[in-house]
Design a protein around this ligand. Structure first.
Ligand code: ADP
Ligand code: MG
Length: 282
């Protein structure tokens, strides 16, 4: 049997709220095992697009898996940007909710489900939190727990909506490396909406840039992380530097901006001058 050419395909996906289109025709062919980074300014439709793929918001257009089926409950797993954390629930109970899609009517989770949940909690460094109340966790711990819930679903396609926004730099790398490891070992296909353009480019095979719901660039990080393109779409001059084989995207100070292609930045000079923007490079 030949393997499918795509893990997920969308055609003309559109979402409108009160007549205003916020996802304006997204076509995507996601290759099996690929990591696609979804980028774009606030409000450009990243979350709405991901939510529409799992049926959380109504859309038009088509979404299909490699075998031509429409995705069902266990095919796509979404880690939402702002999940509800039910009061009175423990971490392990919350993470086990990720197994719900695998259960029959009225079935309760099995030992096998618990083994999966325990393994994911361990891999995310959350084993000692299993009995804690979900509402007692710090922002970063809660974010890792929500990722754990998405991972225990063991779907072939994982949709992550800003998975690292509440994490410090060490935990960001830990979580992204874990997802990358699962991708390489289990052939997981990943779509991750991310704010940090450098981090997005570091892990993604391809980036899709949205502007007011419209896809405006799709390509390798090197093709999409283009200063002129990003400066226009983000409405702020940015600079792109290569550092240790990775691209770093930095905002240029607006007052010094004379054209969309700004001069290279001397980081040491900015740091010593205690420029508030220099925090963004640390
Ligand atoms: P992003 O994730 O890229 O920041 P979103 O997908 O959250 O963007 O939002 C895209 C646009 O859709 C925004 O203008 C937002 O206000 C709007 N929007 C999102 N959800 C709703 C909703 N339930 N009702 C009305 N407007 C919405
Ligand atoms: Mg969002």
């Amino acid at each position: 049997m030949t393997s499918p050419l795509h893990a997920l395909r969308s055609r003309e996906v559109r979402v409108a709220f009160d007549g205003v289109e916020v996802v304006a025709g997204v076509d995507l062919d996601l290759r099996p095992g690929e990591w696609l980074g979804l980028i774009g300014p606030n409000g450009s439709g990243k979350s709405t697009f991901l939510n529409s793929l799992v049926g959380l918001v109504p859309r038009t257009g088509t979404v299909e898996l490699g075998d031509g089926r429409s995705p069902g409950a266990t095919d796509l797993s979404l880690m939402p940007q702002a999940p509800e954390l039910p009061p009175g629930m423990t971490v392990v109970e919350y993470v086990l909710l990720g197994r719900t899609a695998h259960l029959g009517w009225f079935a309760s989770e099995s030992r096998a489900d618990r083994v999966v949940a325990t393994d994911v909690l361990r891999r995310l460094g959350l084993a000692s939190f299993a009995r804690r109340q979900v509402r007692s966790l710090s922002g970063g711990e809660a974010q890792r727990m929500v990722i754990a819930r998405a991972l225990v679903q063991q779907s072939p396609v994982l949709l992550l909506d800003e998975p690292t926004s509440a994490l410090d730099v060490g935990h960001q790398v830990e979580v992204l490396e874990l997802v990358d490891e699962l991708r390489r070992e289990d052939g997981l296909t990943v779509v991750a909406a991310m704010h940090d353009l450098g981090m997005a480019g570091r892990y993604a095979d391809r980036l899709l840039l949205l502007e007011r719901g419209r896809p405006v660039a799709l390509g390798t990080p090197g093709q999409v992380l283009e200063p002129e393109l990003l400066s226009r779409v983000y409405d702020h001059p940015v600079q792109v530097h290569e550092l240790g084989g990775h691209l770093v995207v930095l905002p240029a100070p607006r007052d010094r901006h004379t054209s969309t292609v700004a001069a290279p930045l001397d980081l040491s000079a900015r740091r010593s001058a205690r420029d508030p923007h220099s925090e963004e490079v640390s």
